[in-house]
Design a protein around this ligand. Structure first.
Ligand code: MN
Length: 286
């Protein structure tokens, strides 16, 4: 199932070039009182909501996909986890490009561990990436996004994929510079997730997916997730040694070679096999 959040926080099931509006299932969610859950309540209830959504989708009102404003399919993640330098060819380019490494030695994911991006940076593809400091370099990083479905900690590699709700395309936008990653990658709009969530039953193996990105139709990034250094099961195992993972947590799995700058006016197209593709505009912050 392809699940999206669109327009004014409507919940949709994507069927070819249309969205079936299944928002009425949200009425069956538990009524929450303060303190509110710290996880995404739609993702947490997905197993129960899914049969209702499938049934409803057949008769629900439809919206053309082209006309919809696509928001992040996860509304309320507890955390957005990033994986630094997780493709060898990106390590290689970062080592030789001073605009990427800004004078720092580039080490490995074993050395750095993971990092967190501020939840306030999260947007969907229709909302646009806003460049706030035009004098600096801001790069696209195309990544496979993993959405956690069930609370877990100390997960084994062998069972890790059982805790995945689904997959999305992610952009881990990055300001190059000397500051900590969590600072440079957490500007408003610098975490893009979309265009929808593909439930994990549709992607048996997340380690065989082609991934590509263009800017203004010019090819910039192309890889396959088989080249990940820490693959999806390892990232879940590793992250869950440190953090309790909660429904709706997003893991951005790392970017391949070909990162490069974007400026206001650019149009990013990014796609992942078995998920789809999305287009994101780059604009100046007003
Ligand atoms: Mn990244």
């Amino acid at each position: 199932m392809k699940l999206c959040r669109f327009n004014d926080n409507r919940l949709g099931v994507v069927l070819d070039d249309q969205i079936a509006d299944v928002s009425s299932v949200l009425d069956t969610l538990p009524v929450y009182r303060w303190p509110l859950p710290i996880y995404d309540v739609v993702i947490a209830n997905l197993d129960r909501l899914r049969p209702q959504m499938e049934k409803l989708a057949a008769s629900a009102s439809r919206v053309p996909l082209r006309a919809a404003t696509l928001l992040s399919p996860v509304a309320n993640p507890n955390k957005i986890i990033g994986a630094p330098v997780n493709y060898q060819k990106h390590i290689d380019e970062a080592k030789i490009d001073k605009q990427i490494n800004v004078g720092n030695e580039i080490k490995t994911i074993d050395y750095y561990g993971l990092f967190l991006k501020a939840n306030s940076s999260l947007i969907g593809p229709s909302q646009g990436i806003e460049i706030a400091q035009p004098e600096r370099r801001h790069d696209h990083e195309a990544e496979l996004g993993v959405v956690i479905g069930k609370e877990c900690r100390n997960v084994s590699r062998a069972s890790a994929l059982n805790y995945v709700a689904g997959y999305s395309i992610a952009l881990d936008m990055t300001t190059r510079g000397s500051e900590d990653r969590s600072f440079r990658k957490s500007l408003d709009t610098y975490s893009v997730l979309g265009p929808w969530l593909v439930t994990s039953d549709e992607i048996a193996d997340p380690s065989v997916l082609d991934l590509w990105l263009t800017v203004n139709k010019q090819p910039r990034q192309r890889t396959n997730t088989r080249h990940l250094i820490y693959d999806v099961p390892r990232l879940i195992e590793y992250a869950s040694m440190f953090y309790t993972l909660l429904p709706g947590d997003i893991i951005m799995t790392g970017t391949p070679e070909g990162v490069g700058p974007v400026v206001p006016g650019d149009i990013i197209d990014v796609g992942i096999e078995s998920i789809g593709e999305m287009q994101v505009r780059v604009v100046a912050r007003t």
